[in-house]
Design a protein around this ligand. Structure first.
Ligand SMILES: C[S@@+](CC[C@H](N)C(=O)[O-])C[C@H]1O[C@@H](n2cnc3c(N)ncnc32)[C@H](O)[C@@H]1O
Length: 231
Protein backbone atom coordinates (compact mmCIF):
# COMPACT_ATOMS: atom_id res chain seq x y z
CA UNK A 1 0.00 0.00 0.00
CA UNK A 2 1.06 3.59 -0.70
CA UNK A 3 1.08 5.96 2.29
CA UNK A 4 1.30 9.76 2.02
CA UNK A 5 4.65 11.36 2.99
CA UNK A 6 3.07 12.61 6.24
CA UNK A 7 1.81 9.17 7.30
CA UNK A 8 5.12 7.59 6.24
CA UNK A 9 7.03 10.03 8.47
CA UNK A 10 4.78 9.07 11.39
CA UNK A 11 5.33 5.37 10.65
CA UNK A 12 9.14 5.92 10.62
CA UNK A 13 8.98 7.12 14.22
CA UNK A 14 7.16 3.98 15.44
CA UNK A 15 9.67 1.53 16.95
CA UNK A 16 9.26 -2.03 15.62
CA UNK A 17 7.72 -5.04 17.32
CA UNK A 18 5.45 -3.16 19.69
CA UNK A 19 1.68 -3.13 20.08
CA UNK A 20 0.58 0.24 18.66
CA UNK A 21 -2.59 2.20 19.38
CA UNK A 22 -3.60 4.86 16.86
CA UNK A 23 -5.92 7.33 18.57
CA UNK A 24 -8.09 9.30 16.11
CA UNK A 25 -7.36 6.77 13.42
CA UNK A 26 -10.01 7.91 10.87
CA UNK A 27 -9.29 5.65 7.85
CA UNK A 28 -6.97 3.33 9.89
CA UNK A 29 -4.36 3.52 7.10
CA UNK A 30 -1.50 3.92 9.57
CA UNK A 31 -2.25 0.79 11.66
CA UNK A 32 -2.97 -1.17 8.45
CA UNK A 33 0.44 -0.11 7.11
CA UNK A 34 2.29 -0.85 10.37
CA UNK A 35 0.81 -4.35 10.65
CA UNK A 36 0.93 -5.28 6.96
CA UNK A 37 4.62 -4.32 6.72
CA UNK A 38 5.46 -6.29 9.88
CA UNK A 39 6.55 -3.19 11.84
CA UNK A 40 3.85 -3.88 14.45
CA UNK A 41 2.56 -7.34 15.39
CA UNK A 42 -0.83 -5.91 16.36
CA UNK A 43 -2.61 -2.56 16.49
CA UNK A 44 -5.60 -0.97 18.15
CA UNK A 45 -7.31 1.73 16.11
CA UNK A 46 -9.39 4.15 18.19
CA UNK A 47 -11.92 6.50 16.63
CA UNK A 48 -14.55 8.78 18.15
CA UNK A 49 -17.03 8.87 15.28
CA UNK A 50 -19.06 6.16 13.62
CA UNK A 51 -18.53 7.32 10.00
CA UNK A 52 -14.72 7.13 10.03
CA UNK A 53 -14.92 3.89 12.02
CA UNK A 54 -16.98 2.29 9.21
CA UNK A 55 -14.38 3.49 6.71
CA UNK A 56 -11.62 2.06 8.93
CA UNK A 57 -13.44 -1.27 9.06
CA UNK A 58 -13.63 -1.45 5.25
CA UNK A 59 -9.88 -0.75 4.98
CA UNK A 60 -8.94 -3.29 7.65
CA UNK A 61 -11.12 -5.97 6.03
CA UNK A 62 -9.87 -5.26 2.51
CA UNK A 63 -6.31 -5.93 3.69
CA UNK A 64 -7.40 -9.10 5.51
CA UNK A 65 -6.15 -7.72 8.83
CA UNK A 66 -9.26 -8.05 11.02
CA UNK A 67 -7.35 -10.39 13.36
CA UNK A 68 -4.48 -7.96 13.91
CA UNK A 69 -6.01 -4.47 13.72
CA UNK A 70 -8.70 -4.10 16.34
CA UNK A 71 -11.13 -1.19 15.92
CA UNK A 72 -12.60 0.52 18.95
CA UNK A 73 -15.01 3.42 19.18
CA UNK A 74 -14.07 5.78 22.01
CA UNK A 75 -12.90 9.19 23.14
CA UNK A 76 -9.10 9.34 23.23
CA UNK A 77 -7.33 7.15 25.74
CA UNK A 78 -10.60 5.98 27.36
CA UNK A 79 -10.69 3.18 24.77
CA UNK A 80 -7.41 1.72 26.09
CA UNK A 81 -6.64 -0.19 29.29
CA UNK A 82 -3.43 0.70 31.15
CA UNK A 83 -0.49 -1.33 29.83
CA UNK A 84 -2.24 -2.42 26.64
CA UNK A 85 -0.37 -0.25 24.14
CA UNK A 86 3.42 0.00 23.90
CA UNK A 87 3.29 2.91 21.47
CA UNK A 88 0.46 5.42 21.10
CA UNK A 89 0.14 7.59 17.99
CA UNK A 90 -2.03 10.71 17.97
CA UNK A 91 -1.87 12.38 14.56
CA UNK A 92 -3.88 14.93 12.64
CA UNK A 93 -5.32 16.76 15.66
CA UNK A 94 -4.36 20.17 17.08
CA UNK A 95 -1.63 20.19 19.73
CA UNK A 96 -4.05 21.72 22.25
CA UNK A 97 -6.57 18.92 21.57
CA UNK A 98 -3.79 16.32 21.97
CA UNK A 99 -2.94 17.82 25.38
CA UNK A 100 -6.62 17.47 26.42
CA UNK A 101 -6.54 13.81 25.40
CA UNK A 102 -3.33 13.23 27.37
CA UNK A 103 -4.72 14.94 30.48
CA UNK A 104 -8.04 13.06 30.48
CA UNK A 105 -6.67 9.61 31.42
CA UNK A 106 -3.48 9.79 33.49
CA UNK A 107 -3.66 6.07 34.35
CA UNK A 108 -3.45 5.01 30.70
CA UNK A 109 -1.01 7.79 29.88
CA UNK A 110 1.37 6.76 32.65
CA UNK A 111 1.52 3.20 31.30
CA UNK A 112 2.69 4.13 27.78
CA UNK A 113 6.47 4.07 27.16
CA UNK A 114 6.47 5.69 23.72
CA UNK A 115 4.35 8.31 21.96
CA UNK A 116 4.29 9.61 18.40
CA UNK A 117 2.47 12.88 17.78
CA UNK A 118 1.75 14.81 14.61
CA UNK A 119 0.06 18.02 15.74
CA UNK A 120 -1.68 20.11 13.08
CA UNK A 121 -1.23 23.28 15.15
CA UNK A 122 0.02 24.40 18.60
CA UNK A 123 3.09 22.14 18.46
CA UNK A 124 4.84 24.44 20.95
CA UNK A 125 1.95 24.03 23.42
CA UNK A 126 2.26 20.24 23.11
CA UNK A 127 6.07 20.30 23.53
CA UNK A 128 5.87 22.51 26.62
CA UNK A 129 3.19 20.30 28.15
CA UNK A 130 5.22 17.15 27.50
CA UNK A 131 8.39 18.57 29.02
CA UNK A 132 6.50 19.90 32.06
CA UNK A 133 4.94 16.45 32.61
CA UNK A 134 8.09 14.32 32.56
CA UNK A 135 8.69 13.55 28.90
CA UNK A 136 11.70 14.07 26.68
CA UNK A 137 11.50 14.80 22.97
CA UNK A 138 13.28 11.69 21.71
CA UNK A 139 13.11 12.65 18.04
CA UNK A 140 11.42 15.15 15.77
CA UNK A 141 10.94 15.20 12.03
CA UNK A 142 9.57 17.67 9.50
CA UNK A 143 7.88 16.45 6.36
CA UNK A 144 6.58 18.39 3.38
CA UNK A 145 3.37 17.33 1.72
CA UNK A 146 1.69 19.59 -0.82
CA UNK A 147 1.86 23.16 0.43
CA UNK A 148 2.24 22.18 4.08
CA UNK A 149 5.06 21.20 6.39
CA UNK A 150 4.07 18.77 9.12
CA UNK A 151 5.82 18.17 12.46
CA UNK A 152 6.23 14.68 13.87
CA UNK A 153 7.34 14.30 17.50
CA UNK A 154 8.36 11.12 19.30
CA UNK A 155 8.23 11.50 23.08
CA UNK A 156 9.23 9.13 25.86
CA UNK A 157 9.16 9.39 29.65
CA UNK A 158 12.34 11.22 30.68
CA UNK A 159 13.85 14.62 31.25
CA UNK A 160 14.36 17.24 28.58
CA UNK A 161 17.23 19.66 29.25
CA UNK A 162 16.15 23.31 29.61
CA UNK A 163 15.78 25.03 26.25
CA UNK A 164 15.40 28.59 25.02
CA UNK A 165 11.64 29.32 24.71
CA UNK A 166 11.79 29.82 20.94
CA UNK A 167 13.74 26.57 20.45
CA UNK A 168 11.04 24.73 22.41
CA UNK A 169 8.47 26.36 20.16
CA UNK A 170 10.12 25.26 16.91
CA UNK A 171 11.48 21.89 18.08
CA UNK A 172 14.78 21.27 19.93
CA UNK A 173 15.75 18.16 17.91
CA UNK A 174 14.90 19.95 14.64
CA UNK A 175 17.00 22.96 15.64
CA UNK A 176 19.95 20.82 16.83
CA UNK A 177 20.19 19.15 13.44
CA UNK A 178 19.45 22.41 11.60
CA UNK A 179 16.68 20.73 9.65
CA UNK A 180 16.49 22.46 6.23
CA UNK A 181 12.68 22.52 6.35
CA UNK A 182 12.99 24.91 9.30
CA UNK A 183 13.82 27.63 6.75
CA UNK A 184 10.31 27.91 5.28
CA UNK A 185 8.77 27.42 8.74
CA UNK A 186 10.84 30.20 10.35
CA UNK A 187 10.32 32.50 7.35
CA UNK A 188 6.57 32.10 7.73
CA UNK A 189 6.84 32.80 11.46
CA UNK A 190 8.94 35.91 10.78
CA UNK A 191 6.41 37.17 8.23
CA UNK A 192 3.64 36.81 10.83
CA UNK A 193 5.67 38.73 13.42
CA UNK A 194 6.51 41.47 10.89
CA UNK A 195 2.82 41.76 9.97
CA UNK A 196 1.92 42.15 13.65
CA UNK A 197 4.63 44.81 14.04
CA UNK A 198 3.30 46.68 10.99
CA UNK A 199 -0.18 46.52 12.51
CA UNK A 200 1.12 47.90 15.83
CA UNK A 201 2.91 50.71 13.99
CA UNK A 202 -0.48 51.90 12.69
CA UNK A 203 -1.84 52.07 16.27
CA UNK A 204 0.07 54.68 18.28
CA UNK A 205 -1.91 53.78 21.43
CA UNK A 206 -0.42 50.23 21.43
CA UNK A 207 2.02 49.55 24.28
CA UNK A 208 5.77 49.80 23.76
CA UNK A 209 6.15 46.49 25.67
CA UNK A 210 4.25 44.51 23.03
CA UNK A 211 6.30 46.15 20.29
CA UNK A 212 9.67 45.46 21.89
CA UNK A 213 8.71 41.80 22.58
CA UNK A 214 7.81 41.34 18.93
CA UNK A 215 10.99 43.11 17.81
CA UNK A 216 13.11 40.77 19.94
CA UNK A 217 11.27 37.78 18.46
CA UNK A 218 11.80 39.08 14.90
CA UNK A 219 15.52 39.60 15.60
CA UNK A 220 15.96 36.11 17.01
CA UNK A 221 14.08 34.55 14.08
CA UNK A 222 16.37 36.50 11.75
CA UNK A 223 19.45 35.19 13.60
CA UNK A 224 18.18 31.63 13.38
CA UNK A 225 17.51 31.99 9.67
CA UNK A 226 21.04 33.36 9.23
CA UNK A 227 22.42 30.33 11.09
CA UNK A 228 20.50 28.16 8.66
CA UNK A 229 22.19 30.05 5.82
CA UNK A 230 18.91 31.56 4.71
CA UNK A 231 19.42 35.28 5.16
C1 LIG B 1 -7.92 14.65 10.82
S1 LIG B 1 -8.25 13.03 11.31
C2 LIG B 1 -6.65 12.35 11.38
C3 LIG B 1 -6.66 10.89 11.01
C4 LIG B 1 -5.30 10.19 11.11
N1 LIG B 1 -4.86 10.11 12.48
C5 LIG B 1 -4.28 10.88 10.26
O1 LIG B 1 -3.37 11.51 10.82
O2 LIG B 1 -4.39 10.81 9.03
C6 LIG B 1 -8.69 13.15 13.00
C7 LIG B 1 -9.56 11.98 13.46
O3 LIG B 1 -9.55 11.95 14.87
C8 LIG B 1 -10.86 11.66 15.33
N2 LIG B 1 -10.93 12.16 16.71
C9 LIG B 1 -11.02 13.44 17.12
N3 LIG B 1 -11.02 13.51 18.47
C10 LIG B 1 -10.94 12.23 18.90
C11 LIG B 1 -10.91 11.63 20.20
N4 LIG B 1 -10.99 12.38 21.30
N5 LIG B 1 -10.84 10.29 20.29
C12 LIG B 1 -10.79 9.53 19.19
N6 LIG B 1 -10.80 10.03 17.93
C13 LIG B 1 -10.88 11.37 17.80
C14 LIG B 1 -11.75 12.38 14.33
O4 LIG B 1 -13.06 11.83 14.33
C15 LIG B 1 -11.01 12.13 13.02
O5 LIG B 1 -11.43 10.95 12.38
Amino acid sequence: MQLSPRLLAIARQVPPERVVADVGTDHALLPVYLVSTGIAPRAIAVELRRGPLDRALRNVQSFGLAGQVELRQGDGLEALAPGEAEVVVIAGLGGDRIVEILEAHPDVRGSVPCWVFQPMSHAGTLRRWLVAHGYRLADEELVAEGERIYEVIRAEPGREPPQEALVMEIGPRLWERRDPLLVPLLRRRLEEVEARLAHLASRPEAGAGARSGLERLANRLGEMLAELGAR
